[in-house]
Write a protein that binds this ligand. Structure first.
Ligand code: NAP
Length: 266
């Protein structure tokens, strides 16, 4: 079993905790007795979540409002977190953009790489040495089925999630025997604010109801996966199928199909 035992001094850090999967991870971990550090930009939401979880589950919940796309903010966050006894690190914050790369806002694309890639890497570089020295702990990286194959009109996101997926699964192998585990959460469609943030309203109509899982289902699957020492967790049958198609179909087939689907969403 790889889920660390909760203790009053240890902390589970969750990025992207103000909404969706991150918020559900926070609730599931607090219910299991873990004290938390919640990271996201929307301080009001973090404050309210911290108040609710600490009152309900009698755990300590601290907040770290931070723009992970801001290099200085990120550096300060990493410095503060290295002073804590972090037993569980959930690298979950992220967002997507859809459209042709040459037509998208370059600033938003850079911000996406900063949050989905650079922040994940920097938090790992900063906190992994302490985790390994501790000899006991777990890492969860939220990648995506989008990281399994190239995706026209979703290029930055697909490339960023390919980084997250590969990094997490590489660390799964590399950390064997250290007492620290690394699990990839690679969801398909999850009902969160993600579609709204990504201006993807039409995806709701495109995908049937059974294709979606809730944030709570994704979070619970992830935590059970960590506990079982799993390399990759893909919540829901549709995402599992998506994962298989993405990983094992010829790219000459997948690229034009996804191009039509995502191109049609524009
Ligand atoms: N929903 C899906 O269908 C789906 C599928 C596959 C993978 N995923 C992945 O799941 C993860 C969680 O997404 P979600 O579905 O739960 O979406 P969500 O409800 O939109 O949550 C995204 C979280 O990321 C945080 N975030 C975004 N930009 C940030 C920044 N610059 N600095 C700090 N925090 C930032 C947001 O907080 P603030 O806005 O308060 O900063 C929010 O807490 C993401 O990595 C996403 O790529 C989602």
């Amino acid at each position: 079993m790889s889920l660390p035992t909760p203790s009053p001094t240890a902390r589970a850090v969750i990025t992207g905790a103000s909404s969706g999967i991150g918020q559900a991870l926070a609730e599931s971990l607090a219910r299991r007795g873990h004290s938390l550090v919640l990271v996201a930009r929307r301080e009001d939401r973090l404050t309210e979540l911290a108040r609710r979880l600490s009152a309900r589950y009698l755990v300590t919940v601290d907040i770290e409002p931070c723009d992970l796309a801001d290099a200085a903010d990120l550096h300060e966050l990493v410095t503060r977190l290295t002073k804590l006894d972090v037993s569980l690190l959930c690298l979950n914050a992220g967002f997507a953009t859809y459209g042709a790369l040459h037509e998208l806002d370059p600033a938003r694309e850079r911000e996406q790489v900063a949050v989905n890639v650079v922040a994940v890497h920097d938090l790992l570089l900063g906190l992994l040495p302490n985790l390994v020295a501790r000899g006991n702990g777990a890492i969860l990286v939220t990648g995506s089925t989008a990281g399994n194959q190239p995706s026209p009109y979703n290029a930055t996101y697909a490339a960023g999630k390919a980084f997250a997926n590969t990094l997490a699964e590489s660390l799964y192998g590399e950390l064997a025997g250290t007492g620290v585990s690394c699990t990839l959460l690679a969801p398909g469609p999850v009902r969160t604010e993600f579609a709204e943030v990504s201006h993807l309203g039409r995806i709701e109509k495109l995908l049937p109801g059974f294709a979606w899982v809730s944030a709570e289902q994704a979070a619970e699957a992830a935590i059970r996966g960590i506990a079982a020492g799993r390399r990759r967790v893909v919540p829901g049958p549709v995402a599992k199928l998506q994962g298989l198609i993405g990983q094992y179909s010829p790219r000459s087939l997948v690229v034009p199909i996804l191009g039509r689907i995502y191109g049609g969403l524009r």
